[in-house]
Design a protein around this ligand. Structure first.
Ligand code: IYR
Length: 230
């Protein structure tokens, strides 16, 4: 008998999930290739202004939204900004906060840790990148009766979605920066977000500028980042 596509368990509908699998040798090869492909992703701060179609950004957001979330509450909102006026407003507000951070709020030790990255309070990429995706986390939500409903593991869930977003950007041959101007509340105001949405990450997305250099960084080797208990 053919397997039913859906069935009811304890009063809830379940869908048949036919996951494609691979024999270990093929899986091993795929895992190696995927690692090498993702190891090639780098954070980029120098963007080209070359346009990126809206539909591509929509696909990136849809990909991010496939992340798992606590109780499947999907506690995220992705705001995609290409409007030059809004980008410029965001840049102005971000630079104001960043100026304060770099000049008085960040510790000497923090500034020293950032030296190899070459960052400062100037954020031209906020206007140059064709799109800014601002990821908001929803501290709580409203149900269909407009009653407050809970979200769970919000930071974990939105962090996962942001990770999926970064891999989708890399896959599209685009680059991104995980930018965290601090504090980020100005984004709630500029984008007129409701009270349950808090800024999580600001991610400029686009093509890289013509000739770019990224810091020569090393990723920690497997022995340093893992312990196996066999
Ligand atoms: N938010 C600041 C400072 C900054 C902090 C860390 I930690 C970084 O890895 C990079 C930058 C900025 O965006 O410049």
């Amino acid at each position: 008998m053919a397997k039913p596509k859906v069935k009811e368990i304890d009063g809830f509908e379940y869908t048949l999930y036919e996951k494609k699998t691979y024999e270990p040798d093929v899986a091993l090869q795929r895992s190696r290739e995927y690692y090498q492909w993702l190891d090639n992703r780098r954070t980029v701060r120098d963007f080209s202004s070359k346009p990126v179609p809206k539909e591509l950004i929509e696909n990136l957001i849809l990909t991010a939204s496939t992340a798992p979330s606590g109780a499947h509450k999907q506690p995220w909102k992705f705001c995609a900004v290409s409007s030059p006026d809004i980008k410029s407003e965001i840049r102005k507000a971000a630079e104001k906060e960043e100026y304060e951070s770099y000049n008085s709020r960040m510790s000497e030790r923090w500034l020293k840790d950032l030296q190899p990255l070459g960052t400062d309070w100037h954020k031209p990429f906020l206007e140059i990148a064709p799109w800014l995706i601002i990821v908001f986390k929803k501290a709580f939500d409203f149900d269909e009766h407009n009653e407050k409903s809970n979200n769970y593991y919000v930071n974990e869930s939105v962090g996962l979605a942001a990770g999926f977003l970064l891999t989708a950007i890399h896959n599209a041959g685009l680059v991104a920066l995980t930018h965290t101007p601090s504090p980020m509340n100005f984004l709630v105001k500029i984008l007129e977000r409701p009270a349950n949405e808090r800024p999580f990450l600001l991610i400029p997305v686009g093509y890289p500028a013509d000739e770019i250099y990224v810091p020569s960084l090393e990723r920690r080797p497997l022995e340093k980042i893992s312990e196996f208990y066999e």
